[in-house]
Design a binder for this molecule. Structure first.
Ligand SMILES: NC(=O)c1ccc[n+]([C@@H]2O[C@H](COP(=O)([O-])OP(=O)(O)OC[C@H]3O[C@@H](n4cnc5c(N)ncnc54)[C@H](O)[C@@H]3O)[C@@H](O)[C@H]2O)c1
Ligand SMILES: O=P(O)(O)OC[C@H]1O[C@H](O[C@H]2[C@H](O)[C@@H](O)[C@@H](O)O[C@@H]2CO)[C@H](O)[C@@H](O)[C@@H]1O
Ligand SMILES: [Mn+2]
Length: 452
């Protein structure tokens, strides 16, 4: 069996140790000969890499390991790049969340103005990774889950149309694992799903068991009462109260269209007033993550390095992340696995822009994804999606043309923002905060108005 060389780009990520443990747990399905970590922050990556090296020595000493900040070393002789970078790190996530909130607008990592700000930072970072991959390992595939995946996907569609990048999100997987628990199934793979939308903006339209029985009625009954909250959840990723609130709020999101089951992220678009009322502008999700997951993961890695052993380590496998192995296997072994990916519409949704990047089921094989046909979508979703697709396209247009005007339009168009005036105030604050990361925007086409 061929063994693969894998590069994790964003090696210093809080998710890296969980993903490395997951890869080691799946070596029988996806054998690895070389595992490399790449990051542009040497110090941050060193802690994670120090621990990963010991984990590998203990569990799979035959795998060659390297951590580097040198792109040539990192990207040479690689079959798969697993990309999870966060340009600007948590310090910038905190501002993405707090700046809009200061203006009474949803402050969220990937939705609304925060997601737009993050997108303006991520585009350059992900393009850089693609260029390194194509230069040093032109046959490699990039499995990208760097956020905001919707904007990153639109940018790569437009600026690197022939690149071998697959954009994927684990939110539907996390929700499907909860659905399986609600239904009393052992595995989400016992369900066949139909789903359509954009990243962090979608709906399940059909869920059946392997015999074709409709599972939606039982799920709807649960979601109408409890959202996606499940007693004694096996989910070890979402212990924070804010996530439980998000899973519960899905019952109100569901009420908007009881024909479908929603992605949890829709709460930011349907109930922005509720979200703002329930946010603390001084303490957001970024603060929770910095005090929670980041401290925990880096603390555990330091202990492993200090003890030169993983004995007693509380780091756990990120079982959610097994979807990355499914995706790599689909490419490597032509498995034709059916997976939700973010791909160019190209007529899959008949009544939507063919160039929109949509999240839909695809059959994945060695040549990449073959999107399934979705057909016509209802007016409600069509209206919402057209608005959100336009936001995402305008952000990429703003980045490409360095246009303040386009970015102002993008923020104004977001369903989370009440007016062009508020959009402009948020934009001006975001520009100041992001001056080390965004391209400089020109105001050539901006008309100065004193009337608002
Ligand atoms: N698609 C999904 O469903 C999904 C799920 C979980 C996390 N994520 C994403 O994964 C990423 C990592 O999340 P995290 O919370 O662990 O963040 P993190 O800040 O802990 O890690 C990100 C790492 O990327 C590095 N980095 C930033 N810019 C870089 C560049 N240009 N080149 C190389 N490295 C760079 C940083 O130094 C940092 O070590 C984020 O983009 C997050 O949104 C996506
Ligand atoms: O607020 P965070 O950093 O905890 O989470 C933000 C991410 O949330 C989703 O990813 C979840 C995923 O749904 C779940 O299955 C598990 O793996 O944990 C992830 C992180 O908590 C979302 O899909 C990502 O895009 C977000 O970055
Ligand atoms: Mn996601």
């Amino acid at each position: 069996m061929k063994k693969f060389s894998v590069l994790i780009a964003g090696g210093g990520s809080t998710f890296t140790p969980g993903i490395v443990l997951m890869l080691l747990d799946h070596l029988n399905k996806f054998p690895i000969r070389k595992l490399k970590l790449y990051d542009n922050d040497e110090e941050r990556q060193a802690t994670i890499a120090g621990a990963c090296e010991i984990i590998l020595k203990e569990r799979a000493p035959e795998i060659e390991f390297l951590a580097t900040t040198n792109p040539e070393e990192a990207f040479t002789d690689v079959d798969f790049v697993m990309a999870h970078i966060r340009v600007g790190k948590y310090a910038m996530r905190e501002l993405d969340e707090k700046i809009p909130l200061k203006h009474g607008v949803v402050g969220q990592e990937t939705c609304g103005p925060g997601g737009i700000a993050y997108g303006m930072r991520s585009i350059g970072g992900v393009l850089e990774l693609i260029d390194y991959m194509e230069k040093y390992s032109p046959d490699a595939w990039m499995l990208n889950y760097s956020n905001p995946a919707a904007i990153v996907a639109e940018a790569t569609r437009r600026l690197r149309p022939n690149s071998k990048i697959l954009n994927i999100c684990d939110m539907p997987i996390g929700i499907e694992m909860r659905m399986a628990q609600i239904l009393g199934l052992n595995d989400r793979k016992e369900m066949n799903v139909r789903y359509f939308g954009l990243n962090h903006f979608g709906w399940w339209t059909e869920i059946r068991d392997k015999d074709g029985n409709d599972l939606m009625p039982k799920l709807k009954e649960h979601v109408a009462k409890h959202g996606y909250n499940v007693p004694n959840s096996a989910d070890n990723q979402h212990v924070d109260q804010s996530w439980n609130e998000t899973f519960l709020k899905a019952r109100d999101v569901y009420a908007l269209d009881p024909n479908t089951l929603p992605n949890t992220y829709l709460k930011y678009y349907f109930f922005p007033d509720y979200v703002v009322e329930h946010s603390n502008p001084e303490y957001t999700r970024a603060n929770e993550v910095m005090e929670g997951r980041e401290k925990f993961v880096f603390g555990e890695c330091r202990k492993i390095i200090e003890n030169q052993s993983t004995e007693g380590s509380k780091l756990h496998i990120d079982e959610h992340a097994a979807y990355i192995v499914d995706l790599a296997r689909a490419i490597a072994y032509n498995t034709h696995e059916r997976m939700l990916l973010i791909v160019e519409n190209k007529g899959s949704i008949i009544n939507l822009d063919p160039t929109a990047m949509v999240e839909i089921p695809c059959i994945v094989g060695s040549n990449g994804p073959e999107p399934l046909s979705i057909g016509e979508i209802p007016q409600f979703q069509k209206g919402l999606m057209e608005q959100q697709v336009s936001v995402e396209k305008l952000v990429v247009e703003a980045w490409v043309t360095r246009s303040y005007q386009k970015l102002w339009q993008a923020i104004t168009l977001s369903k989370t923002v009440p007016s062009a005036k508020v959009a402009k105030e948020i934009l001006d604050d975001l520009i100041e905060a992001n001056k080390d990361f965004w391209p400089e925007l020109h105001k050539d086409d901006v008309v100065v108005s004193e009337s608002f």
